[in-house]
Every structure is written in C-alpha cells, then in structure tokens.
Write a protein that binds this ligand. Structure first.
Ligand SMILES: Cc1cc2nc3c(=O)[nH]c(=O)nc-3n(C[C@H](O)[C@H](O)[C@H](O)COP(=O)(O)OP(=O)(O)OC[C@H]3O[C@@H](n4cnc5c(N)ncnc54)[C@H](O)[C@@H]3O)c2cc1C
Length: 345
C-alpha cells in the first residue's frame, strides 16, 4: 500500500494530525498500539481559564476560536457529535479568592469568560460559604466517540493498524519511508509520553506526568455542571462522576496508592452525600519543560516528524498545533518558534 503519511499514535495529537491531512486530500495510515491513551483517560474539558490564578491559559483565545471550527468540521466529517457544552464553576474557599475573581471580571481579555455575579448553590451535595463563580463558553470534547468513529472509517479502507510500532521494521531512505509493506513519503510520530522510547526523538525534553481520576456514582449528588475546588468533579451522566485529576510529580513513588488516597480525602471534603467508588483510572500527560508543544522535523532524517507535548490541555491545543504542523508538511511554512523542536537545538 502507498499513502502520503504514516502516523504513529492515535490519541488527540495523531487524530488531529490525520484530520488536518485528510481535509487537504492527503491519505494517511495509522499505527496505534493498545497502551492506554491519555486522551481517553482525560475528561476532555475545554476551559481557557487557569482556575488557580484566574488568568487565561497560553494562547487560549486563539486556540478556542480555532478549535470550535475544527471540531465542527470533524463532526460533519465523521457524522458524530464531537463537543458538548458543559458549564464549569470555581468553588471559592475564602473572600480573597472572591475578590480576585471580581477584579479579573474587569480584565478585557477575561471578562467574556468570567461571570460577574456569583452563584449560591449548584447541588444540595456541594455547598460553599463563599459561593461559586462561573466560567463561560466551556465544554467537553467527546473524545471516545470521535476515536471510535474515526477508527471505524480508517479500518474500512485498511488504514488503521492496531499494533505496537516496531522500529526494526522501519526502513527510511532519502525519499521514502517503508513500514511493514506500507510506503509513504513521511512518517509523523504522535506517541504521547511513549515518545521517550522512540530512538529518533527521545532526546527531546518530554516528561510523563501521571494523572488519575476516581469514577464515582451518587444518586443524591444531582450535579449537572463541572465544579473545580481542589480537583474537578465532572458529571458523566446516569449519576456517575469523574473526580480529579491528580498531578504525578506530587506523589513520586507509589503514585497510584497515594493519589487514590488523596482523591478520596478531597472528595469527602467536597461533597456531603453518599457515593460509591466504581473505578480509579490513570493516564500519563506528555508535558514539556517550557509547557509548549513539540512540533517539527528530525534534524537528520527529513522524512520524520514529531507532534507531541500536548501537556494538560490537549483538546484545545491539538487542533492549532496540528494546523501548524500541516502547514509545515504541505507548504513548508515555518512553525511558530515557541512550538518548534528547533528551540532545543
Ligand atoms: C488524568 C488526565 C486528565 C486530563 N484532562 C484533560 C482535560 O480535561 N482536557 C484537556 O484538554 N486535556 C486533558 N488532559 C491532557 C490530555 O489528555 C493530553 O494532552 C493528550 O491526551 C495527549 O494526547 P496525545 O495524543 O499526545 O497522547 P495519547 O493520548 O497518550 O496518545 C498516544 C497514542 O500513541 C500510541 N502509541 C505510543 N507509542 C506507540 C508505539 N510505539 N506504537 C503504537 N502506538 C503507540 C498510544 O497507544 C496512544 O494511543 C488530561 C490528561 C490526563 C492524564
């Protein structure tokens, strides 16, 4: 088989890359293993505001605008719903947080996102002496539905290979890439944190940051919105909720046991109704020291590209990042310097 691009990894990075290329009439072949994707563990929330400091995340305004159109087009292409609006509220722990919020609602960049009036109550199961502030224009990307639909479409034309990529089978010459009988001009690695095992790109400064959620069920909570206190509680429907996510660097060894213990303690602080724990799920965020993506071309093997470093905000970042990578691949346009792997030499 001959295709334009082989893509290794089909998380939010590989999926966005595939769609950008297919939109331009290019053919793709995906190799994706059975490792848990960070993208599937993730809640898929999009929210431009950092809820610790009440500031806008890096480039959030532009990424929000681009992502909206991207997910609409993807919805038409796949014939499935790709996003769902979901209100996000910040629970205030003291008057200082409230005051900071009020001062930010006057900020020209933030005022469209931060509601100026506070909310008293969201559910009988969560109370707050200092009320809640609503972040507007937030929602959720329906990642599992997107992957299932896209994978089915690719499988129909035998362009999805569900296996671990075997570097011994990769044959790279000056003008072509061959992998297990598939020939293409270029190969793009979108492996999430497993890039650290990729012999061609493992020198890039990627750090795997474990994150975990509790999945709980509560008949009494009756919460229809996402609430951020120390962690997020996010409704999944049918009285089920995700609660988290932890940050791995805080626990070091014994992550899973310590993270789960902390989640239970924090959940008990937040809600005052009974619940049952159904599951505890863990994923690894591909983060970079400077918190910017890793895009670009291999220094020596010009047919090889990388798209990684989606960090903690993959659903907003991947559409924009894949756009820039596509511009490089198809039109040889420069990447934004802050995303280009050339910044690491
Ligand atoms: C607990 C948690 C909560 C999160 N919540 C959010 C959130 O609410 N909103 C948000 O925007 N972001 C969130 N994130 C971050 C987000 O999940 C990541 O930014 C994003 O998923 C990274 O996507 P990726 O495609 O780079 O990696 P992944 O999703 O990990 O995908 C990589 C894929 O590559 C495959 N692969 C790797 N190596 C190979 C190989 N050698 N052969 C074959 N296949 C291979 C893997 O099997 C996998 O399918 C969260 C992350 C975690 C862990």
């Amino acid at each position: 088989m001959e295709v334009d691009y082989i893509i290794v990894g089909f998380g939010i990075a590989g999926m966005s890359m595939a769609f950008q290329l297919e939109k331009e009439g290019k053919s793709v072949f995906i190799v994706d293993g059975n490792e848990t994707k960070a993208s599937i563990v993730a809640a898929g929330l999009y929210n431009p505001v950092i809820l610790k400091r009440f500031t806008l995340a890096w480039d959030a305004e532009k990424q929000m605008q681009y992502a909206e159109n991207f997910y609409d087009e993807l919805s038409q292409y796949l014939g499935v719903q790709t996003t769902k609006s979901l209100s996000v509220f910040r629970k205030f722990n003291n008057p200082q947080e409230q005051n900071k919020w009020f001062s930010r609602t006057d900020n020209p960049q933030l005022k469209k996102y931060l509601a100026p009036t506070l909310t008293n109550s969201l559910s009988l199961g969560i109370t707050s002496e200092f009320k809640f502030g609503e972040v507007k224009l937030t929602g959720k990307v329906l990642i599992s539905d997107i992957f299932n639909a896209y994978k089915k479409l690719l499988e129909k034309s035998n362009r999805f290979l569900n296996e671990e990529f075997d570097f011994d089978q990769l044959d790279v010459s000056n003008s072509a890439v061959n992998y297990n009988g598939v020939k293409s001009k270029n190969i793009i690695f979108c492996e999430g944190y497993k890039m650290l095992q990729n012999p061609y790109f493992n020198e890039l400064p990627l750090v795997g940051n474990k994150g975990s959620y509790l999945i709980v069920e509560s008949q009494e909570l009756d919460l229809q919105v996402a609430v951020k206190s120390y962690y997020f509680i996010i409704p999944l429907g049918a009285n089920k909720y995700k609660f988290g996510a932890t940050y791995g660097h805080r626990f070091k060894e014994n992550h899973d046991v310590l993270a789960k213990k902390e989640l239970v303690e924090r959940l008990n602080d937040l809600i005052n109704v009974p619940y049952t724990i159904l599951d505890f799920i863990v994923g690894v965020r591909p983060t970079v020291v400077d918190r910017r993506p890793l895009l670009g071309q291999h220094k020596q093997f010009k047919q090889m590209y990388v798209m990684n470093g989606m960090g903690t905000r993959g659903v907003l970042l991947a559409p924009t990042a894949s756009f820039h990578q596509k511009e490089l691949l198809l039109h040889n346009n420069d990447l934004p310097a802050e995303m280009d792997i050339k910044r690491f030499g």
